[in-house]
Design a protein around this ligand. Structure first.
Ligand code: T6T
Length: 323
């Protein structure tokens, strides 16, 4: 049986009657966007490092595809098991509000990692999805702006580019596209951003979409792959079209496959997120809340840019995602 201690702070954060828990015997479930993505595997590595440091348990339960229809039953099963807190990367900013409300209504504190629900500003009394305690993630608008600057520099400030993206409704990839387009519109008038190609997180579809775009626009100069599968697929499409000399690929995310494509020259730069940092601070934040500390409602994590200049630098290795 679990031991509880009272905490005014935690009660204030979670509503009257809430209690803070003893430091041992805490179980937190991390629900990724999908289980087989190197980004979330690396996030889990960071989460496990924090769990070990704190002497608590973190388990990893998710679906095999990035899809709210598949994530919801996984979440419902997690809620039924009653962990002390849930860390989750919601796969749709609107569709996951009600499923997550069920966790909150069951008294399980919710923290979102990587992606957010609603507007991503929690505990401010505004919006239907205001109840999570915190959001721990990259600055995705800022990352999209970075991608635009690297693209603009690589193509000399002129040409046609497009964003290869997953699907609308995912907070992270929506914000990367928003940042990319805003930076281009504000600072690079010579660059035309063509219509976004949505690939449903399928690298093969992203590759064939490149070929279709190139057939319509033989003078295409660049593709921004807004996440791991979009970027890998865009690179494969460029390679299959023998267009690596004329087309710049800027990637978001840094699994080994993308790093290899930087080494070969196919991909020009990758904006590596720090998923282990997201997992680590996600667990620390949940633990803090469960043991009576107040917690910040948002924590921003960093980026490391990998390109031909630093790809062989031993210090870069720690930013390559685990597979
Ligand atoms: O880019 C990451 C993650 O940040 C995004 O929310 C979904 O795609 C990835 O998991 C990469 O596949």
């Amino acid at each position: 049986m679990k031991t509880f201690i009272r905490s005014a702070l935690f009660a204030a954060a979670l509503g009257a009657g809430a209690t803070a828990q003893a430091q041992d015997d805490i179980t937190i479930t991390l629900v990724p966007g999908l289980t087989t993505d190197a980004f979330y595997i690396t996030m889990n590595r960071g989460a496990q490092a924090a769990a070990e440091a704190l002497g608590i348990t973190v388990d990893f339960q998710g679906a095999e595809e990035f899809d709210p229809v598949l994530q919801t039953p996984v979440l419902d099963a997690v809620i039924a098991r009653g962990p002390d807190a849930i860390l989750i990367a919601p796969t749709d900013s609107t569709q996951m509000i009600e499923p997550l409300r069920r966790a909150n209504d069951a008294g399980i504190p919710v923290i979102t990692v990587d992606t957010f629900i609603d507007d991503g500003r929690y505990q401010d009394g505004a919006g239907d999805g205001d109840f999570p305690l915190a959001y721990i993630a990259s600055d995705n608008v800022g990352g999209g702006r970075m991608a635009a600057r690297f693209m603009a520099e690589a193509i000399g400030g002129e040409g046609k580019v497009y964003v290869s993206n997953v699907r609308p409704g995912i907070s992270t990839t929506d914000q990367r596209e928003e940042g990319f387009k805003a930076e281009m519109a504000e600072n690079f008038p010579g660059i035309e951003v063509l219509e976004t190609q949505y690939n449903e997180n399928d690298a093969s579809l992203a590759a064939s979409q490149f070929q279709a775009v190139m057939a319509r626009h033989p003078d295409i100069s660049g593709v921004f792959g807004a996440n791991l599968f979009s970027a890998l697929g865009a690179g494969n499409g460029v390679e299959a079209a023998n267009a690596d000399d004329s087309v710049t690929v800027i990637a978001f995310d840094a699994p080994q496959g993308i790093v290899d494509n930087i080494s070969s020259g196919l991909i020009d730069a990758a904006i590596a997120q720090h998923p282990a940092e997201i997992g680590y601070y996600g667990v620390i934040t949940a633990y803090a809340a469960l043991t009576g500390q107040s917690v910040p409602t948002s924590i921003g994590t960093g980026f490391t840019v990998i390109n031909a200049d630093n790809v062989t630098d031993p210090d870069i290795a720690k930013f390559i995602y685990s597979e």
